[in-house]
Design a protein around this ligand. Structure first.
Ligand SMILES: *Cc1c(COP(=O)(O)O)cnc(C)c1O
Length: 333
């Protein structure tokens, strides 16, 4: 804690935690461009903007939450080292921030995480623990390291500091496009959606927050239907960064997403591939599957009653070349 405000508690995460995060991460995280998309606006019939979060050093927005969660730790906590579990991008972000701050990092991953990500983690100097085939296996190993080696755990989404960090995207949007009416948010554990909703709805209550997931293994949407966090098997998808459970006992994101998400859309694999191909062909943006679900939803006419201007955060670009090529080749021009 840096003593500026009291720490957030379940009912009391507040937009001032997001403003604080913005100041805290300013030395590590740069503002990203917001780009008007002519062809998507034409398709959707409303103005569409892309928030280019794939341009961060780790090629994903997760650097925001990781930086906020790590920078607020005490020197003592930092010196013991940090651990996390992740489908990849949060792990990359933690490894990157730890390297910048000279903190030892141990990243626990499942064997589903693509090679593009594991190679980068190695380069960033993190110790890797590859265990099992699901995010839950990786989480268990991480909690064991916390207990046995005294490492500090920085969770990938279910954490108020991480949520506040992701919310800084929303503060940038308030400055750049105060007339925005909806945001299409890729949805997995819900840290991004919670943070964005917190930042935007406190200032612009009429903004619609629309969560977008793949068709299979959409754990947050299935949990909301069931009325409690559920476990699902992970299936193969272009949107590998949206896989993973909600955590053994979810404290934050399940209830925040339930409170703030206005609508949810699920997109099939061919729509995700079309989104990847579209971003490449029209904007020369390399998007990973998770980052292309919103564009896929627009291209396949899945927005219920679109309210514009709409913002689509392009959340990351960590995709293996073979997957990327497959998406382009399977989507005719
Ligand atoms: C993590 C991630 C998401 C989803 O974020 P959550 O906070 O887990 O909902 C979306 N896109 C990319 C590229 C990600 O890495």
């Amino acid at each position: 804690m840096d003593g500026r405000t009291s720490p957030p508690t379940a009912e009391k995460i507040h937009v001032h935690h997001v403003w604080e995060a913005k100041r805290r991460i300013a030395g590590i995280v740069q503002k990203t461009p917001l780009t008007y998309s002519d062809p998507l606006s034409e398709t959707a019939g409303i103005p569409v903007y892309l928030k280019q979060e794939q341009l961060h050093p780790v090629h994903a927005f997760k650097i925001r939450g990781a930086a906020n969660a790590i920078l607020r730790l005490s020197d003592e906590e930092r010196s013991r080292g940090i651990t996390t579990f992740s489908t990849g991008n949060h792990g990359l972000a933690v490894a990157y921030v730890c390297r910048r701050l000279n903190i030892p990092a141990v990243i626990c991953l499942s064997s589903r995480v693509p090679r593009a990500k594991t190679e980068t983690l190695h380069r960033l100097g993190a110790r890797l623990e590859i265990v099992g085939t699901s995010q839950d296996d990786a989480e268990n190993r991480c909690r064991q390291l916390e207990r046995e080696e005294g490492l500090t755990l920085v969770p990938p989404f279910d954490d108020p500091w991480v949520i506040a960090g992701q919310g800084t995207i929303g503060l940038e949007l308030l400055e750049e496009l105060p007339e925005l009416r909806s945001v299409l948010v890729p949805l997995s554990g819900g840290g991004l959606l919670s943070g964005l909703a917190l930042a935007l709805k406190s200032n612009l209550p009429r903004v619609s927050i629309i969560g977008i997931s793949m068709e299979r293994s959409a754990v947050m949407l299935e949990s909301l239907k069931a009325g409690k966090p559920v476990k699902l098997d992970e299936s193969d998808t272009y949107a590998d960064s949206l896989l993973g459970g909600l955590g053994a006992c979810n404290h934050w994101t399940y209830s925040l997403v339930r409170r703030w998400m206005d609508a949810a859309i699920q997109v099939p694999e061919d729509a995700i591939a079309a989104g990847i191909a579209f971003l490449y062909r029209h904007h020369r943006i390399i998007a990973e599957g998770a980052a292309a679900v919103g564009v896929g939803a627009v291209l396949t006419g899945r927005l219920p009653e679109p309210k514009g201007p709409v913002v689509i955060p392009v959340t990351g670009s960590n995709i293996n070349p073979d997957r990327f090529t497959q998406a382009i080749l399977s989507s005719p021009e």
